[in-house]
Design a protein around this ligand. Structure first.
Ligand code: KIV
Ligand code: ZN
Length: 398
């Protein structure tokens, strides 16, 4: 019998992070960014270790073309991708935009689901298959790194999806993306789709498979992780989860889920997580899309505690109510917010932090005043506490 107990654990597999904040993210209503803003976001993404930056859709406008070309020129280590529909002019324009990059990629896509074929494309399966062959071949003539996406893959019959994937890889696609374009899949279905395609397509091992999940049912992160379990090794995502309709999978959530649950998700990314909050603020500022307070990882309440029970636990040991440290994502420290739910332990710790040393009676009095104030006021700031303690001390001296 083989002794497995002494074997070192296999090293975690690398998952590539493909950021599409500047393409799918910018595509959502109201998120348009200027060239300067796009350059700043791209610089940040490159520096924090994003593997592929989808910089835009070069055929969409001259501005988009220039942004993609300039990002391609400046990127130091990331691959820079330009998106193209399955149309020769789109592919040529994307190729032109990323040509200057140290590492450029053309990302071309076509719809494969019956709904899209009937109502949007008005083409048969065979006609679309022919388009896949021709467009991937055209892109490969321009550049070595070609990604092909089956738009609406999750509503595509598996046999036809496999035929398209086989053809795309045969024509030279190096990455195959199977998007959940309308955010319809469940995690089990998405995992099973990747497993089936990778098992059934004979040349599947020649390409990296990619997940691309939209959040219409709030399942984008769960689906992305399930897709990785199904064999995908690239995740398409955006900072703050911005994107079409309900958005895309949020980069910061994918990265921290993989990092925090490495016990069940044996993968690694190349992202410097300490830059996540900075990146979130940069994108929120550039797009004028506020980040919801309770947003996972980067929301202002992600490391804030108000309830007395939680504050008491946190003062005893941070792991009681935090599964990752604030420092690990670039937040300076946990905040114990003073409000009507706060208890004695947190109030005492706040007084210590502010330099007050009160006798037991003084403390009791100050705590009662604080609770009364907190019932009337939504936020109790340090200045409020200062005022009530000073008032308390003054009365005690009388
Ligand atoms: O959601 C989607 O299908 C897309 C493709 C262009 C990859 O964004
Ligand atoms: Zn998308």
């Amino acid at each position: 019998m083989t002794d497995t107990t002494s074997r070192p654990a296999p090293s975690p597999e690398r998952v590539l992070i493909f950021d599409t904040t500047l393409r799918d993210g910018e595509q959502c209503p109201g998120a348009t960014m200027t060239l300067e803003e796009k350059l700043a976001v791209a610089e940040m993404l490159d520096a924090m270790g994003v593997d592929i930056i989808e910089a835009g859709f070069p055929i969409a406008s001259n501005g988009d073309f220039e942004a993609v070309a300039e990002i391609a020129r400046r990127a130091k280590s990331a691959v820079v991708a330009g998106l193209a529909r399955a149309i020769p002019a789109d592919i040529a324009r994307a190729g032109e935009a990323v040509r200057i990059a140290r590492r450029g990629r053309i990302h071309t896509f076509v719809s494969t689901s019956p709904i899209h074929l009937a109502h949007q494309m008005r083409k048969t399966e065979d006609e679309v298959l022919e388009i896949v062959v021709k467009t991937v071949a055209q892109a490969r003539d321009l550049i070595d790194d070609v990604e092909w996406s089956a738009m609406d893959a999750t509503r595509t019959p598996i046999d036809y999806l496999c035929r398209c994937v086989e053809a795309a890889i045969r024509m030279g696609a190096t990455t195959i993306n199977l998007p959940d374009t309308v955010g319809y899949a469940t995690p089990d279905e998405y995992r099973a789709m990747f497993r089936a395609v990778r098992e059934r397509v004979p040349n599947a091992d020649r390409a990296v498979f990619s997940v691309h999940c939209h959040n219409d049912l709030g399942l984008a992160i769960a689906n992305s992780l399930a897709g990785i379990e199904g064999g995908a090794r690239q995740v398409e995502c955006t900072i703050n989860g911005i994107g079409e309709r309900a958005g895309n999978a949020a980069l910061e959530e994918v990265v921290m889920a993989i990092r925090t649950r490495s016990d069940v998700l044996p993968y690694v990314t190349g992202i410097d997580a300490t830059q996540l909050v900075r990146a979130s603020k940069l994108v929120a500022g550039a797009t004028h899309f506020p980040v919801q307070y309770n947003k996972a990882i980067v929301g202002r309440n992600a490391f804030a505690h108000e309830s007395g029970i939680h504050q008491d636990g946190m003062l005893k040991n941070q792991t009681t109510y935090e599964i990752m440290t604030p420092e690990s994502v670039g937040v300076q420290k946990t905040s114990l917010v003073m409000g009507k739910h706060s208890g004695r332990a947190a109030f005492r710790s706040k007084l210590d932090e502010m330099g007050y040393r009160l006798s037991d009676n003084q403390f009791q009095d100050a705590f009662e005043r604080f609770k009364a104030l907190a019932d009337r006021k939504k936020h109790v700031y340090d200045e409020d506490i200062e005022a009530l303690v000073d008032e308390n001390l003054a009365t005690a001296h009388d």
